[in-house]
Design a protein around this ligand. Structure first.
Ligand SMILES: NC(=O)c1ccc[n+]([C@@H]2O[C@H](COP(=O)([O-])OP(=O)(O)OC[C@H]3O[C@@H](n4cnc5c(N)ncnc54)[C@H](OP(=O)(O)O)[C@@H]3O)[C@@H](O)[C@H]2O)c1
Length: 288
C-alpha cells in the first residue's frame, strides 16, 4: 500500500496520515497498538514526551521488524526540566524510542513555555542542526505564538499540529493565513470529534448525506470517518488519528481510495461546521 505524502517547507516529505499514541493511549503501554497500526499499513507514528509511552512506542517499532527508513516518526517536546534544552530532551526521547533520529520534532504546547518561546525555538533549531531530527515544527500555536518565533527563526516551523475539524475550522482561519504565508503544513488532531465528542451537532445529517453519495459513487462501503478525513485531506491537512481496531485502521488508510468530495460538499461541511464553534481540547489553546 502506498500512502501519499505532503511536502514540507524544508524539502522533506511527510505521509499524510499518522497514528497517534496520545488520547486513548495517553500514559498507557503503546506497543501492541503500534504493532497493530504498522502491521495494517501505517508508516507515520505520532508520539510525545508527555504521553509517557515513548519507550513502548519504540518497542512496537522494534517488534514490527520495519527498517527505520520505512517509517516516519514524530515526537514532541514537553515541559523542560531544569537545565534541559529541546536538544537534550530529544536525546532522552531517542533513547526511549530506540532510534538515532526522529523525522519531526514539535514543540507540543506554546502554553508550556510562556515568555520563553524564542529561546525554545532556537533550541529546536539546534536539535535539527545536530541531526537529531529531520524537521522541526510546533503544536497548539496560535497566530501570536507563530509571530513571536518568526521574529528569531532562521528555520520556520514545518508543521503546526492543532485541533482541526469542521467545528473549529472557522476559528482557525487566522492560523491558516499564517500557515499559508510560511508554507507551514497544518496538521489535525481530534479530526473525528464531530462523530463522537460532538455527536448530535448540525453536521450529522450533512456527513450522512455525503457518505451515502460517496458510497453510491464508489460502489463499496464508505464510512462517516472517511468523509471527515477526506475533507481534511482535500484541504491539504496532515491527519493524526488513532484506533484500537484493525478494521478501522485499514479504513483510515483506505480514505485515499474514496472518491473526492465535490467543491459544493466541501463548502457545505465548512458552512455547517461554522454554525457551531466547539473546541474539545480548550486547555491546549489560549482563552477565546
Ligand atoms: N498535539 C496535541 O496537543 C494533541 C492533542 C490530542 C491528540 N493528539 C494526537 O492525535 C492523536 C489522535 O487523536 P484523537 O483521538 O483526537 O483522534 P481522532 O481521529 O479524533 O479520534 C480517534 C478516536 O476516534 C474513535 N473513532 C473513530 N471513528 C469513530 C466513529 N465512527 N465513532 C466513534 N468513535 C470513533 C477511535 O476509537 P476506536 O478505538 O474505537 O477506533 C479513536 O479512539 C493522538 O493519539 C495524539 O497522537 C495531539
Amino acid at each position: 500500500m502506498t500512502i501519499s505524502t505532503l511536502s514540507l517547507n524544508d524539502g522533506h516529505q511527510v505521509p499524510w496520515i499518522a497514528f497517534g499514541t496520545g488520547t486513548a493511549l495517553f500514559g498507557k503501554d503503546a506497543e501492541d497498538a503500534i504493532r497493530l497500526a504498522i502491521d495494517n499499513g501505517f508508516t507515520h507514528l505520532d508520539g510525545a514526551q508527555v504521553y509517557g509511552n515513548e519507550d513502548t512506542l519504540g518497542d512496537g517499532i522494534v517488534a514490527s521488524g520495519k527498517s527505520r527508513s520505512q517509517l516516519f516518526i514524530t515526537t514532541k517536546l514537553g515541559k523542560l526540566q531544569p537545565g534541559a534544552t529541546p536538544k537534550s530532551a530529544l536525546q532522552e526521547s531517542l533513547k526511549k524510542i530506540k532510534v538515532d533520529y526522529v523525522d519531526l520534532y514539535l514543540v507540543h504546547q506554546a502554553n508550556n513555555h510562556v515568555g520563553q518561546l524564542k529561546e525554545i525555538w532556537k533550541g529546536m533549531e539546534e536539535a535539527q542542526k545536530a541531526g537529531l531530527t529531520k524537521s522541526i515544527g510546533v503544536s497548539n500555536f496560535a497566530p501570536d505564538h507563530l509571530k513571536t518565533i518568526m521574529e528569531v527563526a532562521s528555520i520556520p516551523p514545518a508543521v503546526n499540529q492543532v485541533e482541526a475539524h469542521p467545528y473549529v475550522w472557522k476559528a482557525l482561519q487566522p492560523n491558516l493565513a499564517i500557515h499559508d504565508q510560511y508554507k507551514i503544513v497544518t496538521s489535525s488532531y481530534a479530526g473525528l470529534s464531530p462523530l463522537f465528542r460532538g455527536k448530535g451537532g448540525p453536521l450529522d445529517p450533512v456527513i450522512e448525506q455525503i457518505r451515502a453519495r460517496l458510497e453510491k459513487t464508489r460502489g463499496t462501503p464508505v464510512s462517516d470517518g472517511q468523509v471527515l478525513n477526506k475533507w481534511l485531506q482535500q484541504k491539504g491537512v496532515l491527519v493524526v488519528t488513532t484506533s484500537s481496531k484493525a478494521e478501522r485502521i485499514r479504513e483510515y488508510l483506505d480514505t485515499e481510495n474514496v472518491p473526492e468530495l465535490t467543491a459544493e460538499e466541501i463548502a457545505l461541511i465548512d458552512t455547517t461546521g461554522g454554525k457551531l464553534h466547539k473546541r474539545f481540547f480548550p486547555g491546549n489553546w489560549p482563552p477565546e
